[in-house]
Design a protein around this ligand. Structure first.
Ligand code: SF4
Length: 697
C-alpha cells in the first residue's frame, strides 16, 4: 500500500491567489485529473477531479465531452462525500462475537486464502461462491475472473438482476447488442420512450431528446409510472404493469392491418414474418385493451403514428423486461421496428444497450473454467439447497446481494448459511453486516482504470488522482494477494501493474491509435462504433437476417388474477440513488428518516377512494413478505401499480422483502415486477384499485 499516484499530466496547473488580511498569499497548487464515473449508470460520464494537497477537492463533468457536456448528477458529489467520509472502512474487520475486531491486511488475506484452500481440499472448489456485480465499474475490476478461472471451477451467479432478458432478446433478433448513437436521435421524427426514465436515470440522454423535440419529433412515453420524463412528453400512456408484450403485439397487428408494413425491409432482411404475423393476429387492439387498460383506439393510433412518422426510434428501459415475458416483450418491440422499416436507418432503431466498446477490449480473464452457475435471481432459495458440494466459503465484491437479491428473507438465510463469508466494500452494507471478514476497498480516485458504459461508445482512461486511503486496497491488489498465497501468483500475474493490464486490454484498439498514452487526459469515441447499427442489412444472427419473434409466447398478464393481491409492485431507481448506494438521500428527499419506512406511491384516485392520507402508515403485503410504508399519492400512476424505490436497507426500507425470485423467459434475468401485492391497514381492509364501473371519487 501507499503506492505513489501515477504521475499525471495536469490539464490545468494553477496557483490560486486569495486576499488574506490585506496581503496576497499563494494557495496550494491544484491539478485536474481526468477519469470517469465508476457507478453502474447508463451515462458513463467523464469526470474532472480537482486535487490539491493530495486530497480530492471536487468533481465536475468534462465540459467538451460530447455526452457529459460539463454536468453531472448529484450522485457524483455523493460518491466524493463517501470517499472522504469518516464512516468509510479503513482497515480489515474480523467478526468477533457480536462485534468487529480490526486486523491487519496480512492476517485478513492469510485467513481468506487459508479458508479458500481448505475448502477446495476438503469439499471441492465448487464449495466456494464468488458473487460480484456492477457496484463499482472499471476494466481492472474484472480481473477477479482471471483469479477464479485459474483456481476454479467454483460456484458463480449466472444471469443478471438488471438487464439480461433484454440483452438476450436483442441478441436473438440481431445477433449482438448495439444501440444507435445518442446523436442519431436528432434524425428521428418520433421518439417512443418505453419503460425508460432518462430525466431521472439517464440525464445525459435528455438533451438529445430535447434536440429531437425541437426539430419537430413527437415524444411519447409508455410507462405505468408518471415519471418526470413522462411529464415532459407530448403523450404519456400508463398501461398496466406487465402488459407491454400485449401492447407491442397489438401495435404490430394494427400496423399490419393498416397495410403499413415496410415490404422492402421485410423481403430482404428479415426471417420469420409469417410466424410473427400469426402471433400478432391473436392480439388485436380490442383484446389488448382488456390486458393493458389502454383503449383500442389509442393503441391503433399510436401504432399507426409510429409507422407513419418514420424514421422513428424506440428507447427501451429495463423495467419492461423485468417480467416473466421480459425477453419476448423486447423481441416483440424489435419486430415492430422491423416491420415499419425502422431498423438500420438513421433516426430509427430500438436502443437498449450497446456492448461495442467493452467487447473490443482484449479478454484478461484467461482460460474459462467450467464454473457451476446458479441463476442470480434464484440464489437465495437455491443456495440453501445446493449440495454436492454445499457452499462453505463466499466472497462478495462490488455487490450487496442481501439488499439487491429478490426475496430478501431467502437471500439473507442463504448468505447466513455460508460458513465463512468475506465482503469487499467501502462501508458496512447489509451484506457486509452478515460477513465474517470485511475488506475495505479503495475508490476510483485511488487507482487508474479504463471505463466504458452500455449507452454510448466512448471510453475513458481514468488516471489515479490520489494515493489510496491508508488501509484500503483495490480489488486487483486483493486478488493478487490471494493468488500469491495460493501459489497462483505467476499465472495470475500478480507482479503486473495496473498499467500493464490496461495496456494489454487496450492492445486491440491500437489500430485506431487508442491506448493508455493517447487516451491520457481525455475520452475518445471508438472510431469503429456505428452511429446507426445494421445499416448494411447484415445481421450477426446465424441466418444473417434479423429474426422476428414467433409463436409460443403468451402476452397475458404474468400473474394469474388473484383477488387477494390486486396491485402490482414496481421498484424503479430513484434519481438520487444507484442500486443500494445513497438510499439515505432518497429517504430524505421524500421526507422520511434515513432509517425509516420507505414511501409507497399510490395512484391519487385510488388513494382518495381508499381514504389513504398522504404520509399515513400502511403495509404492502406480497406472497413473499410485508413492508411498512408511508403513503404518497401520485397522479397519473397506473391505478393497479404501487411503486417503492429500490435500494433500501434490509429491515427498514428494502422493497425486495416483497419481490419474487422468478426468472425471465430468456437471459436468466430477475422478474422483479411479477409481484402481486395488496395494501393492509386497519381501516383499509379490502384495498383494491378501482374497477371499471366504479364511481370516480
Ligand atoms: S451516476 Fe451517471 S449521471 Fe451521475 S455522474 Fe455517474 S455516470 Fe454521470
Amino acid at each position: 500500500m501507499g503506492r505513489a499516484p501515477t504521475p499525471t499530466r495536469p490539464l490545468v496547473e494553477r496557483n490560486r491567489r486569495s486576499h488574506d488580511g490585506g496581503r496576497c498569499r499563494v494557495r496550494e497548487s491544484t491539478r485536474l485529473v481526468h477519469t470517469a464515473c465508476p457507478m453502474n449508470c447508463w451515462d458513463g460520464c467523464a469526470w474532472l477531479v480537482e486535487v490539491a494537497g493530495g486530497q480530492v477537492r471536487a468533481v465536475s463533468g468534462v465540459p467538451d465531452h460530447e455526452i457529459t457536456r460539463g454536468f453531472l448528477c448529484p450522485k457524483a458529489q455523493y460518491y466524493l462525500e463517501r470517499h472522504r467520509s469518516p464512516r468509510r472502512l479503513r482497515t480489515p474487520l474480523r467478526r468477533s462475537g457480536s462485534g468487529w475486531r480490526e486486523i491487519s491486511w496480512d492476517a485478513a488475506l492469510d485467513e481468506l486464502a487459508g479458508r479458500i484452500g481448505k475448502a477446495r481440499q476438503e469439499t471441492g472448489s465448487e464449495s466456494i461462491l464468488s458473487y460480484t456485480d456492477a457496484g463499482s465499474l472499471g476494466l481492472l475490476k474484472g480481473l477477479d475472473r482471471r483469479f477464479w478461472n485459474l483456481f476454479g471451477p467454483i460456484t458463480v451467479p449466472a444471469g443478471s438482476l438488471c438487464w439480461s432478458a433484454g440483452l438476450a432478446a436483442q441478441e436473438a433478433d440481431f445477433g449482438a447488442n448495439l444501440a444507435h448513437d445518442p446523436t442519431d436521435h436528432a434524425n428521428s421524427r418520433f421518439l417512443l420512450i418505453w419503460g425508460r426514465n432518462p430525466l431521472d436515470t439517464n440525464v445525459h440522454l435528455w438533451p438529445f431528446v430535447q434536440k429531437a423535440q425541437e426539430g419537430g419529433a413527437r415524444v411519447v412515453v409508455i410507462d405505468p409510472v408518471a415519471t418526470r420524463t413522462a411529464a415532459q412528453a407530448d403523450l404519456h400512456l400508463a398501461p398496466r404493469p406487465g402488459s407491454d408484450l400485449a401492447l407491442a403485439l397489438a401495435m404490430g397487428q394494427a400496423v399490419i392491418e393498416a397495410g403499413m408494413v415496410s415490404e422492402d425491409f421485410l423481403g430482404a432482411r428479415v426471417r420469420g414474418f409469417e410466424d410473427y404475423r400469426r402471433l400478432c393476429d391473436g392480439y388485436p387492439p380490442e383484446r389488448a385493451e382488456a390486458l393493458t387498460g389502454l383503449r383500442a383506439t389509442v393503441i391503433r393510433e399510436l401504432a399507426q403514428e409510429y409507422a407513419r412518422r418514420a424514421p422513428a426510434a424506440i428507447l427501451l428501459g429495463y423495467g419492461l423486461q423485468r417480467h416473466p415475458a421480459g425477453g419476448a416483450t423486447v423481441r416483440a418491440i424489435d419486430a415492430l421496428a422491423a416491420i415499419t422499416g425502422n431498423i438500420g436507418v438513421p433516426g430509427g432503431g430500438v436502443a437498449y444497450a450497446t456492448g461495442f466498446v467493452t467487447s473490443s477490449f482484449a479478454d484478461l480473464g484467461g482460460r474459462p473454467a467450467p464454473h457451476r452457475g446458479v441463476p442470480r435471481a434464484k440464489l437465495g432459495p437455491m443456495l440453501r439447497e445446493l449440495d454436492d458440494p454445499r457452499i462453505s466459503v463466499g466472497i462478495v465484491a462490488r455487490a450487496n446481494p442481501a439488499a439487491q437479491l429478490p426475496r430478501t428473507a431467502a437471500a439473507m438465510e442463504a448468505l447466513l448459511s455460508i460458513d465463512f463469508l468475506a465482503v469487499v466494500d467501502f462501508e458496512l452494507t447489509d451484506t457486509a453486516e452478515l460477513a465474517d471478514l470485511v475488506l475495505p476497498a479503495s475508490t476510483s480516485f485511488e487507482g487508474e482504470d479504463v471505463y466504458a458504459c452500455a449507452w454510448h461508445n466512448y471510453l475513458t482512461y481514468g488516471e489515479q488522482a490520489v494515493e489510496p486511503a491508508p488501509g484500503c486496497r483495490s480489488d486487483l491488489e486483493i486478488y493478487a494477494g490471494l493468488a500469491d498465497r495460493l501459489g497462483l501468483g505467476d499465472g495470475f500475474g500478480s507482479r503486473r501493474s495496473p498499467r500493464d493490464w490496461i495496456e494489454e486490454a487496450l492492445r486491440p484498439l491500437a489500430a485506431w491509435g487508442l491506448g493508455p498514452d493517447s487516451l491520457r487526459g481525455r475520452s475518445a469515441r471508438h472510431p469503429a462504433a456505428p452511429l446507426v447499427p445494421w445499416q448494411d442489412g447484415r445481421f450477426l444472427t446465424a441466418s444473417g437476417k434479423m429474426e422476428l419473434i414467433g409463436p409460443g409466447y403468451s402476452p397475458l398478464p404474468d400473474c394469474p388474477a388473484d383477488t387477494r393481491f390486486p396491485f402490482r409492485l414496481i421498484t424503479p431507481q430513484h434519481r438520487l440513488s444507484i442500486h443500494s448506494q445513497f438510499y439515505d438521500r432518497v429517504q430524505t428527499a421524500l421526507g422520511q428518516q434515513p432509517e425509516g419506512a420507505p414511501v409507497v406511491l399510490v395512484n391519487d384516485r385510488v388513494a382518495r377512494q381508499l381514504a389513504l392520507r398522504p404520509g399515513a402508515g400502511i403495509s404492502v403485503v406480497s406472497p413473499w413478505g410485508r413492508l411498512a410504508c408511508r403513503i404518497k399519492p401520485m397522479r397519473g400512476l397506473n391505478p393497479e401499480a404501487l411503486v417503492i424505490y429500490s435500494g433500501g436497507r434490509v429491515g427498514q426500507s428494502c422493497a425486495n422483502i416483497l419481490t419474487p425470485d422468478r426468472l425471465t423467459d430468456i437471459g436468466l434475468g430477475a422478474a422483479y415486477y411479477d409481484c402481486p401485492c395488496r395494501l393492509e391497514a386497519e381501516d383499509v381492509a379490502a384495498a383494491r384499485p378501482p374497477l371499471p364501473g366504479d364511481a370516480t371519487p
